[in-house]
Design a protein around this ligand. Structure first.
Ligand code: PCA
Length: 201
C-alpha cells in the first residue's frame, strides 16, 4: 500500500483552532484511493519546520505529500502553485518574527508544486467545491513548509507528488473573527476528494 504524508498545523496568532489539524486527525490512518494516510500536525515555529518535514519524509518514506494550512480571508480551497525562498510576516508561536530572510541561502527563488493542480481543480469543481489555483502561498509558515518540503524532495531526487493547499477558516473561526468560513465537514471532504484524485497522477 502506498503511503501519503498529510500535514496540518496547530492553532496560531488569534486563531483558537486550526481546521487543518482537524482534517489530519480525522483522515489519519484511513485508506483513501491508493494511499494509507499518515498524519502529522506541526507547530507554527519557523526554526523547527524544516527539520520536522525532512525527518518525517525520511522516516515515513511517503509516496505523496500533501501539506495543509489555514488562510484567513479566503473563501475557496487554494491549490498553491509555487513556494518562494523567503520568510516574512508576523510572529510565530515562539514570538520569533521573520524579516525577509531566505529559507535556504543558495536555494532557487521559487519551487513549483508537483501536485496535478489542474486535475485536482477539475475534480473539486465536479463535486461542486469552490477552488482556485493560487499563485502565492504568502511568506509565513505555510510557504516555508511548502518550500522546504519541495526543496528536500528535489535534493533527494524523490519524484513524488507533493505540495501545499490552503483552506478557509472553519465556522468557529469565522464567527469569532467575522471572516468568511466553511463547515469543517466541507473542508475535510475537499481534502478527501483531493487525495482520492491523486491516484491517477
Ligand atoms: N496557516 C499559516 C501557518 C499555519 C497555518 O495553518 C500560513 O498560511 O502560513
Amino acid at each position: 500500500m502506498k503511503k501519503l504524508l498529510l500535514t496540518g498545523y496547530e492553532p496560531f496568532l488569534k486563531f483558537k483552532t486550526n481546521p487543518t489539524q482537524s482534517v489530519v486527525e480525522s483522515l489519519e490512518g484511513k485508506v483513501i484511493g491508493d494511499y494509507k494516510i499518515i498524519g502529522k500536525v506541526y507547530p507554527v515555529v519557523f526554526k523547527e519546520i524544516n527539520a520536522l518535514i525532512e525527518q518525517d519524509i525520511e522516516d515515513i518514506e511517503p509516496d505523496a505529500v500533501v501539506s495543509l494550512g489555514l488562510a484567513s480571508g479566503i473563501s475557496s480551497i487554494h491549490l498553491e502553485r509555487i513556494a518562494i525562498n523567503t520568510i516574512d510576516g508576523r510572529k510565530d508561536n515562539t514570538g520569533f518574527k521573520p524579516d525577509g530572510e531566505k529559507i535556504y541561502e543558495n536555494g532557487a527563488d521559487g519551487i513549483f508544486s508537483t501536485l496535478p493542480l489542474k486535475q485536482l481543480e477539475s475534480a473539486l469543481l465536479d463535486e461542486n467545491i469552490p477552488v482556485n489555483i493560487s499563485n502565492s502561498a504568502g511568506t509565513y509558515l505555510c510557504n516555508n513548509l511548502m518550500y522546504s518540503e519541495l526543496h528536500y524532495l528535489q535534493q533527494k531526487e524523490l519524484d513524488i507528488p507533493a505540495g501545499f493547499i490552503h483552506v478557509p477558516p472553519s465556522h468557529e473561526i469565522g464567527i469569532a473573527q467575522r471572516v468568511p468560513s466553511w463547515s469543517q465537514e466541507d473542508i475535510t471532504r475537499a481534502i478527501h476528494i483531493i487525495i482520492e484524485n491523486l491516484q491517477s497522477n
